[in-house]
Design a protein around this ligand. Structure first.
Ligand code: SF4
Ligand code: FES
Length: 282
């Protein structure tokens, strides 16, 4: 009797294993990965290399690239670190759209050819790796830290506490989720035409600190962005907010900052107009 039960159990296990294997096999397919190749140091023109890569339903584009790099051509240059949409290193153009390779599943693209290119608006270092120096410089120029003399720790025994209500935090929380991946910067048409324009990421950070009620550099933050190549260069294409993988809305931050600038603008023409209006001349 016991022997019969054992045979029945091992049959059920076998059937279960076979079902699992056929499920995995049905999820498996081969895609064509087209990878942009360029090595400026060698001075050769760019080209695409094609690789056949086995993928499953859950394979990410980064996994597919690492398969190509690991088994087919170890000279492909890719930048990545966390593999969980947190470090912002693996941004690239995937089938025409700036995305994080580790956060994009091959199955969600739903095409047999996946084309990976470096992020537009960034100088190319090699293959899919781009130079973020200007991007970080724009970020730094926004002074992305709290300005408040009370924040300086003069005496560590008398630390100051900044109390914020949930409503205070809500004003800037969304903008603080930025991981500096540069996708918004690469999608911005204004960055493409003016490299001095800080771009959506930096401007969203300007708003993040402007909106924080612990910060007391309100006017100087407006001055930083109110320049010839500054916030007014934004044409409100909105592509920055569309491609952001972290739910930040740089376009909204820019519009809110602009709202504050219009109210307190030092622009002579606007001042003249408002004065004339108040005198009843318009
Ligand atoms: S705002 Fe979004 S898209 Fe732009 S750098 Fe930050 S996380 Fe990336
Ligand atoms: S590897 Fe860190 S965001 Fe993709």
């Amino acid at each position: 009797m016991i022997a019969l039960v054992n045979i029945k159990n091992s049959r059920t296990n076998l059937e279960h294993d076979q079902k699992k294997e056929s499920e995995i096999a049905s999820n498996r397919k081969v895609i064509h990965l087209r990878v942009y190749r360029k090595n400026p140091k060698q001075g050769k023109s760019s080209h695409f290399d094609k690789f056949e890569v086995p993928v499953q339903r859950w394979t990410t584009v980064l996994d597919a690239l690492l398969h190509a790099k690991g088994y087919l051509d170890n000279s492909i240059a890719i930048r990545y670190s966390c593999r969980m949409a947190s470090c912002g290193s693996c941004g690239m153009k995937i089938n025409g759209i700036p995305r994080l390779a580790c956060y994009t599943k091959v199955s969600e693209i739903d095409e047999n050819i996946i084309t990976c290119e470096p992020l537009p608006n960034f100088p190319i270092i090699r293959d899919l790796v781009t130079d973020f120096s200007d991007f970080f410089e724009h970020h730094r120029a926004m002074e992305p830290f709290i300005h408040n003399p009370n924040a300086d720790i003069v005496d560590k025994n008398s630390l100051t506490e900044f109390i914020q209500s949930p409503k205070d935090v809500e004003r800037y929380l969304q903008s603080s989720y930025c991981i500096k991946c540069g996708l918004c910067y690469s999608a911005c048409p204004s960055v493409g035409t003016d490299t001095k324009f800080p771009g959506p990421q930096a401007l969203a950070q300007a708003y993040r600190y402007f909106a924080d009620n612990r910060d007391d550099a309100t006017q100087s933050r407006l001055d930083i962005v109110d320049t010839k190549h500054g916030i007014w260069r934004c044409h409100f294409a909105g592509s920055c907010s569309v491609v952001c993988p972290k739910g930040v809305d740089p376009a909204l931050g820019i519009q809110l900052l602009r709202g504050h600038l219009v109210s307190f603008s030092k622009n002579d023409k606007k001042l003249a107009e408002s004065r004339t209006r108040s005198l009843g001349k318009i």
